[in-house]
Structure formats: C-alpha cells, structure tokens
Design a protein around this ligand. Sequence first.
Ligand code: AP5
Ligand code: MG
Length: 190
Amino acid sequence: MLNIVLFGPPGSGKGTHSAKLVEKYNLVHFSTGDILRSEIAAQTELGMLAKSVMDKGELVSDKLVIDMMRNKISQNKDKNGLVFDGFPRTTEQAAALDKLLAENNLSVSAMIMLDVEREELVKRLQKRSETSGRADDADIRVINNRIDVYNRQTLPIAEYYKKQNKFQNVNGMGSIDDIFDRIVKVIENL
Ligand code: AP5
Ligand code: MG
C-alpha cells in the first residue's frame, strides 16, 4: 500500500495535490480539516467542540483528532493506499498515526513536505477567502496565526520523519502541474 503523509503549511497545496494523488494512484483521502468542517456543518458535538478552536487558527486537541482517525484507518486497510492531508500535526499525532497503522499491519511510505514561502501562502489563502466560505481564511490575523501555529507546533514533526528516513522535501512554488510532477517523481523513486 502507498501511504503518503502530505505535509506543509496552510495554503501549501495539501488539498490540491491530495485530489490529484487520489486520481493518479487510486488512494483514499483523509483531510482532518475537511472531516472537522463537515462535523461543524452537521452541528455534531465534535463539530461544536472544534469550531471555536478552528476559527482562531489553533489546533484541535490531539485526542479528538486521533480518535476521529482510528476508525477511518481500520475501515480502509484493504485499499490501494491512503493520503493523509493535515494529519499528523503534532509529534503526538505522528506517533499515534504510526501506532494506528501498525495495528492494521500498515506503515507510512513517505512524508512529503510542500515547501512554500510565507508571502505566497498568504496570497493564496487571501484569494481563496473570496470563495471558500472558510472562517479561518476570512481574517488576515487568523491566516498569520495558522502559519505561526504550523511553524511552532507542526514543523517539528519533520524531524520525526527524518529519523525514520521518510522525509521528502518538495519545492511547492510554481504551477500546480509542475509541483505535482515533482511529487510524482518522489513517489516513483520510493
Ligand atoms: P486544514 O483544513 O488542514 O487547513 P490548513 O492546514 O490551514 O490548510 P489549507 O486547507 O488552508 O491549505 P492546503 O495546504 O490544503 O492548500 P490548498 O490545496 O487548499 O485545517 C484547518 C483547521 O482544522 C486547523 O487550523 C485546525 O484548527 C484544524 N485541524 C485540522 N487538522 C488538524 C489536526 N490534525 N490536529 C489539530 N487540528 C487540526 O491550496 C490553497 C489555495 O491555493 C487554494 O485556493 C488552491 O487552489 C491554491 N493553490 C494551490 N496550489 C497553488 C499553486 N501552485 N499556485 C497558485 N495557487 C495554488
Ligand atoms: Mg486543505
């Protein structure tokens, strides 16, 4: 199975390239952000817990996110592969993902980090705010906080994957097609 952790700051293209990976390699896509937004839309208890945290651009609790992923992984262990988008976001989540995968005799094939300059992230997210309807895109202060939270709490996981020799850096600047070609090259070389 091809199990990819697609990693990178807000606006780096995780969602964009997950969709393309799903199409090319027939993978199952797990975006914790999308799952949480659908919980909010359905006004579930979990959604209500997550909403105020997400609107500020902070991270939802590890326990909530890990519990949410547990069933998703065991239900999809017979597929071609999985692409994780926006998960893991803390070292605790990274360790939990390894454990959840191992329980199903699976493992992460590679962690692919989309490397994008801050100025470009802000530009993309401000543009997306015109159509996304996402509360966390609507306010420049929240956009900046999301990037700060990423740098502080999420970027350190790169070390976790470097130690496992699974870290792959991809230049995330340029056209979507060029970036996707770079990602495919990394995968084909695994
Ligand atoms: P999440 O939904 O994961 O949001 P994010 O990480 O902030 O990332 P985005 O979805 O904004 O960006 P993306 O990398 O997917 O980029 P995209 O492809 O859309 O998380 C939201 C919140 O949920 C978090 O803040 C947190 O509160 C909570 N949460 C989620 N997961 C969690 C977890 N594991 N633990 C705790 N809390 C969690 O691209 C962005 C835009 O740019 C699009 O408009 C796209 O069309 C455009 N674009 C893409 N590539 C290019 C390009 N090459 N050139 C020009 N434009 C481009
Ligand atoms: Mg996304």
